[in-house]
Design a protein around this ligand. Structure first.
Ligand code: NDP
Length: 432
């Protein structure tokens, strides 16, 4: 806390990991003597810079951009870029810290990082977003490289923004190297990358259910968010026979007791790709709009928080439990507050932390790097199979390291399994 004052999200993420891995540190004195946890809580470097751009009225605007390069022990720094007014150093440090364990769990050669800017794309024209991306890359390009740092997208950064960023990088550097993932397919992007986080999340849930001889068929599922992760998770839930009974965005919650149809979900994808609110959804007259409400009071079996950090607090967790929810799996990064997480664990419901359950996106990003390096592209069915295998392997690691008598502590399992891989590598590097 003394080293990181005013960084509540970062402290929250570190405390959760420290609690879980403490016995590992005690059991392996070399982790302790090599100060592995201290090294992982001090990023290799944090870059912060001015982003100066011009809006459509010719006004000069100034934002703050960042890149946190946390650890390259396992490979090039890897983690998304987020454009949102809430972006600050604490948020990006917590995201980069979480990314370390997530990337380790995938088994692929990826270090960890996170970046972005306090830029709000809502209400901005396409040209303004393009100019912002170009201005942001004017500084970021110095810190990227195919063996150095390879960012991807995150909140408000999808294939369109990644396309603008890549275009700017190539103009500045005269270099077409693979320095971004989540690219549009025409410029070296991978099939399935867009869907991978949401699909991977649901595949992880399927593994959790299979372990207790259950399945997704007819389960009621509440999902927060209506972005990339949320909507692809919704598609997968529906395909596997579950019922998506709620989705939300920053303006409120849309419910449908009978479950959204494929046609409804297509209409919602269309709506959100134009950055419209769910409020204007008209496809199904059974759907109800709840202005400024979160989705956590909707009765369900399964909740998938897929919007943003700390969106589900203790009182929301109580509402979910009161309404019969018995499985929570995180699509977003750290969407449950510390108290909400502990409540789920105390009540013994199935609970999966994002660093395990949302790792599908970065896993396919890892395979995008492989494809770019080899100068070829994998077919979609091959990638679907790889995603299934990777999510199954992550689930197995959680089970192996999270065994607690009769039940599985997925938080402990994910933290220990991820930590051990990075810790062994750091120790092998000596004091660096
Ligand atoms: P998007 O920008 O595509 O979607 C974010 C969604 O969350 C939007 O519907 C947005 O509402 C809503 N939202 C954002 N902030 C808030 C808030 N404060 N309160 C309520 N709703 C909010 O982002 P992604 O789907 O890509 O990311 C969502 C989460 O998943 C993030 O935590 C991200 O870090 C994590 N994640 C993403 C990965 C990816 O591959 N994209 C990979 C792993 C994790 P509105 O539509 O009104 O803007």
């Amino acid at each position: 806390e003394q080293r990181n004052p005013n960084a509540p999200e970062f402290q929250q993420a570190v405390m959760e990991v420290a609690r879980c891995i403490w016995p590992e540190l005690e059991a392996h004195p070399r982790y302790h003597s090599f100060r592995v946890l201290e090294r992982l809580t001090e990023p290799d470097r944090t870059i912060s810079f001015r982003v100066c751009w011009e809006d459509d009225n010719g006004e000069v605007r100034v934002n703050r951009g960042y890149r946190v390069q946390l650890s390259n022990a396992l490979g090039p720094y890897k983690g998304g870029l987020r454009f949102h007014p809430s972006v600050n150093e604490s948020v990006l440090k917590f995201l980069a810290f979480e990314q370390t364990f997530k990337n380790a769990l995938t088994g692929l050669p990826m270090g960890s990082g996170k970046g972005g800017a306090d830029f709000d794309p809502h209400g901005k024209s396409d040209r303004e977003i393009m100019r912002f991306c170009q201005a942001y890359m004017l500084e970021l390009h110095r810190h990227l490289g195919a063996d150095v740092d390879i960012p991807a997208g995150d909140i408000n950064v999808g294939p369109k923004e990644i396309g603008y960023l890549k275009g700017a990088f190539q103009r500045i550097k005269n270099n077409t190297g693979s320095v971004l993932t989540g690219k549009p397919p025409s410029s070296g992007g991978s099939e399935l990358r867009l869907e991978a986080t949401g699909y991977g999340l649901v595949l992880f849930v399927v593994n959790m259910l299979e372990r207790i001889d259950d399945h997704l068929q007819d389960k009621k599922v509440v999902i927060s968010g209506a972005g990339n992760v949320a909507l692809h998770a919704a598609d997968k839930v529906r395909t596997l026979g579950g019922k998506v009974v709620a989705l939300s965005d920053s303006h409120g919650t849309l419910t449908c007791e009978a479950g959204f149809t494929a046609d409804d979900l297509d209409a919602i994808h269309e709506l959100k790709s134009g950055r419209h609110s769910l409020e204007s959804f008209m496809n199904n007259d059974q759907a109800k709009w709840h202005k400024n409400e979160q989705p956590w009071s909707v009765p369900c079996d399964i909740a998938l928080p897929c919007a943003t950090q700390n969106e589900l607090d203790e009182s929301s967790a109580n509402k979910l439990l009161d309404n019969g929810c018995w499985l929570v799996a995180e699509g977003a990064n750290m969407p449950c507050t510390d108290k909400a997480q502990r409540l789920f664990q105390d009540k013994g419901i199935l609970y999966a932390p994002g660093k395990a359950s949302n790792a599908g996106g970065v896993a396919i990003s890892g395979l995008e790097i492989t494809q770019n390096r080899m100068g070829m592209s994998y077919q979609r069915d091959h990638l679907e199979q790889r995603l299934e295998e990777i999510m199954r392997r992550i689930h197995q690691q959680c089970v192996e390291f999270g065994q607690e008598h009769e039940h599985i502590d997925y938080v402990k399992g994910a933290n220990i399994a991820g930590f051990k891989r990075v810790a062994e590598t750091l120790v092998s590097f000596g004091i660096t």
